[in-house]
Design a protein around this ligand. Structure first.
Ligand code: PLP
Length: 428
């Protein structure tokens, strides 16, 4: 593979864009080298500016669950574009996608659309504070909820990759209202609640963590959180930006049969356009402006093109009865194949998988929280990443990310991926 044009484009980008990228995880800082510039994508594949082709496991960090340039989504956007791109008024399509989302996800009655997952989580927390009249929140180390100030306290994703979990610019005042708990450790949460009796507005978490690699919740962890919230008048917020419409039609609430008070969405719900949303019972959602006092707004929120992409995506997912089984089967196949290769090469590892989310951790201890996630051998990951890239397989350039499986992947693609894994593992 040669990357001549990507290198040249990155050099140009660095002159006018900080670090040459518009989101830090896109840079190759964690793995070394310079990022590959992509010019187009279709199905399960990415094509870069030097015409190298890759099997894609990033999938735009989650949204492309049905593959790139999926025809119904692309067609819906093209048709909508012809009618004008933004009006700043209510449009019928916003209600249509809201109705569909509410019908697919359990326990939500109303949904508000925003432009990103960050906005969704930030707004959900403001709403929880407004509704409960309390200030503090509990988040979990290694969970990422976007780059809003309150969440940049031991966040996952790029914030771990870059080794600066507490970003400069986040004030002490903000940080002191965010209490940090250990993922999968219910006793720790209980202690925090006891120590801050009557002060906690909400607990926010990724019901399956995806930003310290993939870490599923331990048996009953989510149920016990629900009980603690009920007993202490705390709202439970599921950040389903990654898991929503990916693990099941109704996301983690459906998969684990647990009720959240507020749910945040992003990624899949926008079909690849910039969309986020947060949702819950009417009693809580009606505290939002314009009918309630909790302010939240957006010039481009509910944008017709974004709604068209999202509606097309959700319609497809809603009508395909086997989609989630198919995705889980493909992911299990990849798991089995990679596991056999890692065993063959005697490389210590732990593979975590749930539905169409999977991650390989280069450590042989169980990976259940942030502390165990950072134990992985990062140097080995770097070699693994670059070896796969050279072999035409594109995974996220960070050990703390989940691989996203798309329905566009064929079993032949999975076999090629396993073969590329074999080649790279023989060099690690
Ligand atoms: N929440 C989770 C679980 C995420 O994974 C992300 C992004 O990766 C976000 C929130 C933030 O979403 P966005 O990048 O759209 O702002």
């Amino acid at each position: 593979m040669q990357y001549k044009r990507s290198h040249a484009l990155f050099a140009e980008a660095e002159k006018v864009i900080p670090g040459g990228v518009n989101s830090p995880v896109r840079a190759f800082n964690a793995v070394g080298g310079t990022p590959v510039f992509i010019k187009k994508a279709f199905g399960a594949y990415l094509i870069d500016e030097d015409d190298n082709q890759y099997i894609d496991y990033i999938n735009s960090w989650g949204p492309m669950i049905l593959g790139h340039a999926h025809k119904p989504v692309v067609d819906a956007v093209i048709e909508k574009t012809k009618l004008g791109t933004s009006f700043g008024t209510p449009t019928e399509i916003e209600t249509k996608i809201a109705q569909l989302a509410v019908s697919m996800v359990p326990n939500i009655e109303k949904i508000r659309f925003v432009n990103s997952g960050t906005e969704a989580c930030m707004s959900a927390v403001r709403l929880a504070r407004g509704y409960t009249g309390k200030d503090k929140i509990i988040k979990f180390a290694g969970c990422y909820h976007g780059h809003s100030d309150s969440f940049l306290i031991q966040a996952g994703s790029g914030a771990i990759t870059f080794g600066s979990p507490n970003s400069p610019g986040v004030t002490k005042g903000t940080a002191q209202d965010t209490l940090l708990a250990r993922y999968n450790d219910i006793d720790n949460v209980e202690q925090l609640i006891e120590a801050n009796k009557g002060e906690i507005a909400c607990i926010i978490l990724e019901p399956v963590a995806g930003n310290m690699g993939c870490i599923p919740p331990k048996e009953q962890f989510l149920q016990k959180l629900r009980s603690l919230c009920d007993a202490n008048n705390i709202l439970l917020i599921f950040d389903e930006v990654m898991t929503g419409f990916r693990l099941a039609k109704g996301g983690a609430q459906e998969l684990y049969d647990v009720v959240a008070d507020l749910v945040c969405f992003g990624k899949v719900i926008g079909g690849g356009l910039p969309v986020g949303a947060f949702a819950g019972r009417s009693e809580i959602m009606d505290c939002l402006a314009p009918i309630g006092p909790v302010y939240q707004a957006g010039t481009l929120s509910g944008n017709p093109l974004a709604m068209a992409a999202g509606l097309a995506m959700l319609t497809e997912l809603n009508s395909d009865k086997n989609i989630y089984d198919r995705l889980a089967e493909k992911t299990a196949y990849l798991h089995k194949g990679c596991e056999a290769i890692l065993n063959k090469h005697k490389i210590p590892h732990t593979i975590n998988r749930i539905g169409s989310m999977i991650s390989i951790h280069f450590s042989d201890t169980d990976v259940v929280d942030f502390e165990t996630a950072v134990e992985g051998n990062n140097d080995r990951f770097k070699g693994f990443f670059h070896g796969l890239l050279k072999g035409g397989v594109y995974i996220a350039p960070s050990a703390f990310e989940t691989w996203f499986i798309t329905d566009a992947l064929s079993y032949e693609d999975l076999d090629k991926t396993i073969a590329a894994c074999d080649t790279v593992c023989s060099t690690l």
